[in-house]
Design a protein around this ligand. Structure first.
Ligand SMILES: Nc1ncnc2c1ncn2[C@@H]1O[C@H](COP(=O)(O)OP(=O)(O)OP(=O)(O)O)[C@@H](O)[C@H]1O
Ligand SMILES: [Mg+2]
Length: 292
């Protein structure tokens, strides 16, 4: 089966509801391990905890990280009896049809069916892409109202957005990924006149390398004007972003009253991490939705 809906029994039928279509947030970056799934999960839970309905779509068929994260969350709900908010989750694997055109047609049809259904029934959609180029990832980017690209805070990873002169920090040329985003902006504009708000987010910021961090900030801020993205301050390197995966939790969940047995208790670092997630939401400047 290519897709699943974890909340099928309570999902209203698709169609006009009178409400605005959901705002689509795509988390993408053609580099593995940059923090896409971590960001997608934290963003989803942050929006749920603000009282919104959220649809999630996992396009990473090699790993299904977001799907496993949410499945761990569902297990925690059952085991501890906690009322954790859940998104309406789908996952979509690429078609296995041998002919490229047929496979793409099937991918597009399945993707559009999910996105149209979610857009009519939730407030926000969060799509987690794999760390490689694919037809499905490009299709998803063309539907983004907001595109978030997390990148590890290192000059090694700067080539996700651009190739720069090592001595001057000046732009040599945009990366293949930046060109792909540019192409999908055009596809999007032609389809419905809409635009993509692209946000590059620095991830795993170190508290130690102050010089490196400052130089990286300067280079990225120059590039943002040339390439057409906004910069988000991002997340620091913190164990908390890794340690709650098996429970399917984020630090936004552990501030609740009456956590179950064995649940993590908030610490100072959790407060700071929560602040970083809130900071990201603020920078996104998402359009207000009246919760459905
Ligand atoms: N700010 C952070 N601090 C500490 N660990 C982090 C942070 N962000 C992500 N990680 C860890 O880095 C690893 C990669 O993160 P994640 O799976 O979110 O990346 P990804 O971009 O989705 O990877 P892939 O391209 O393989 O899908 C995970 O072990 C995650 O827990
Ligand atoms: Mg991932």
């Amino acid at each position: 089966m290519a897709t699943t809906d974890t909340d099928a029994r309570t999902t209203p039928p698709p169609g006009p509801t009178g409400a605005e279509p959901a705002h689509v947030i795509v988390v993408g970056c053609e580099k593995g391990g940059s923090g896409k799934s971590t960001t997608a999960m934290h963003l989803t839970v942050a929006l749920l905890r603000l009282g919104y309905t959220v649809g999630t779509l996992d396009l990473d068929a090699r790993q299904w990280t977001l799907t496993r994260y949410l499945s761990n969350r569902a297990t925690t709900v059952q085991r501890e009896g906690r009322a954790l908010p859940m998104p309406r989750h789908f996952f979509l694997a690429p078609s296995d049809k041998p002919m490229r055109d047929e496979a793409r047609a099937e991918d597009r049809q399945r993707f559009q069916a999910i996105i149209e259904r979610l857009r009519g029934t939730v407030d926000y959609v969060v799509i987690d892409c794999a760390g490689t180029d694919s037809f499905l990832a490009r299709e998803a980017h063309s539907y983004a109202d907001t595109l978030i690209t997390p990148m590890n805070d290192s000059f090694i990873d700067l080539d996700v957005v651009a190739h720069v002169d090592g001595r001057t920090g000046q732009l040599i040329k945009p990366s293949i990924y930046a060109e792909m985003v540019w192409d999908q902006r055009k596809v999007r504009a032609q389809r419905d006149g809409g635009s993509i708000d692209w946000i590059v987010m620095r991830n795993r910021l170190s508290n130690l390398e102050a010089n490196n961090k400052r130089e990286m900030g300067q280079v990225l801020s120059k590039l943002s004007n040339r390439i057409g993205f906004r910069l988000a301050p991002g997340f620091s390197e913190r164990v908390i972003f890794r340690e709650l995966f098996l429970q399917g939790l984020t630090m936004l969940d552990i501030f609740e009253d009456n956590p179950g047995p064995g649940s993590a208790r908030p610490r100072m670092s959790h407060v700071a991490a929560r602040q970083e997630v809130r900071g990201l939401i603020n920078v996104l400047r998402l359009p207000q939705r009246t919760p459905r």
